[in-house]
Design a protein around this ligand. Structure first.
Ligand code: HEM
Length: 381
């Protein structure tokens, strides 16, 4: 099994036109098959048995599961718009203002407009720098809320209470921005941040669909939750894999220190010099961590090579790809540059537990605890 991709489709196809499927239960469909182990592992087993294209019924939605890059390309060509819709999630309905964000918006004009705003106004290179301060500030304000997400276990009343608190926080952020816009003298910040940009678009954007305040709140949540969860999960896994494979850790550390030792300043502008760090953990022997496989390889991560699609593919592929890559690479470069790392309590590297948690961003099941030893660069005292 070299590749696996789950695609969603709610087309009412007749059973005859659907690809092969495992046996299913009357109401659950195939849900029971994914409940007792990690979906990615279970799907791999099922694909081995049923072929490179199978059909799974999960509740009311029909899913196509594709397990080879060639089949994926073919299927995307013929069914592209069907895969542009998201599955229904109660948590997204309640927390994201009835799907008013980008990530869960149904495919159509409204989503297209938000996606354009996101790509051109929020995640453009020009904006990236000016958003750094708000990302940090708002990240800390909301992190305690975000941490609660996995604890909430599927009940409408709990989601609604959570949404109520989150909404109050977002409302106060918006009001603060409105009032500092109205009183520019009290405001020391000269650059527009993410909220300012969205409020400006709401007031003067000339958009096809009006940008409501709920829209703005939902988009802020997308940027905070999607943007931080995915990047931090990637950093956490990369660190775990390197701790488990000390030779790789040494190589990555040596490269980072060779590039940055001259100044001691780990900045974004020299990231392109790090060849080894542009890692990942999929593919041939998909379960083994082997960054070497990407060196001199023509396969990239941008969504056209279906062997490797960490950011998705097609119309809904991740608009935060460049930003996410920069965040992950810079965080790893800083962690590797400034510290040496070891496991606590004389734990052996090979004993590090690598179990994945059940969930969308695929985090570690158990937190990663490491001892850090500061590194003193030769040039900077
Ligand atoms: C390493 C970091 C990241 C990874 C691995 C990642 C991965 C993904 C994936 C797999 C998707 C679904 C794509 C599909 O359905 O085909 C997605 C969607 C999305 N991502 Fe990311 N992402 C990352 C960082 C970010 C950042 C930093 C932001 C914004 C600040 C962001 C914003 C979004 C949004 C808004 C969507 C929904 C797009 C839509 O539905 O049209 N992501 N991401």
């Amino acid at each position: 099994m070299v590749f696996k991709l789950q695609m969603r489709s709610n087309i009412n196809e007749s059973p005859k036109s659907l690809p092969p499927a495992p046996w299913k239960l009357p109401i659950l469909g195939h849900l029971h098959l994914l409940m007792f182990s990690l979906p990615c592992h279970r799907l791999t087993e099922l694909a081995k048995k049923h072929g490179s294209l199978m059909h799974l019924q999960l509740g009311e939605l029909s899913h196509l599961v594709v397990s080879s890059p060639e089949t994926a390309k073919e299927v995307m060509k013929t069914h592209d718009t069907n895969f542009a819709n998201r599955p229904f999630l109660l948590v997204a309905e309640i927390i994201l203002y009835n799907f008013l964000d980008i990530g869960f918006a149904p495919y159509g004009g409204h989503w297209r407009q938000l996606r354009k705003v996101c790509t051109l106004e929020l995640l453009s290179t020009k904006r990236e720098q000016s958003f750094r301060s708000i990302r940090e500030e708002q990240y800390y304000r909301s992190v305690s809320f975000i941490k609660l997400l996995p604890v909430i276990s599927g009940r409408r009343a709990k989601f609604e209470r959570f949404h109520h608190d989150l909404d109050a926080m977002l409302q106060s952020i918006i009001e603060e921005h409105r009032s500092s816009k109205a009183n520019p003298k009290d405001n020391n910040d000269v650059t527009d941040d993410l909220v300012d940009v969205l409020l400006n678009l709401q007031d003067h954007g000339g958009l096809e669909f009006p940008l409501t305040t709920d829209n703005i709140k939902a988009v802020i949540l997308d940027m905070l939750i999607v943007g931080t969860e995915t990047s931090s999960a990637a950093v956490e896994w990369a660190m775990s894999e390197m701790i488990k494979n000390p030779k790789i850790l040494e190589k990555a550390k040596a490269e980072v220190r060779q590039v940055y030792d001259r100044t001691g300043d780990v900045n974004e502008s020299d990231l392109h010099k790090l060849k080894y760090l542009k890692d990942s953990n999929y593919w041939n022997e998909a379960e083994s961590f082997n960054p070497e496989r990407f060196i001199n390889s023509s396969v990239d991560y941008k969504g056209t090579n279906f062997e490797f699609i960490p950011f998705g593919a097609g119309r809904r592929r991740c608009p935060g790809m460049s930003y996410g890559m920069a965040t992950v690479e810079l965080s790893l470069a800083q962690l590797l540059y400034h510290f040496d790392w070891k496991l606590p309590n004389r734990m052996k590297n090979e004993d590090l537990d690598m179990t994945k948690a059940f969930g969308a961003s695929g985090r570690r099941k158990r937190d990663l605890y490491l001892i850090l030893i500061p590194y003193h660069p030769p040039c900077v005292g």
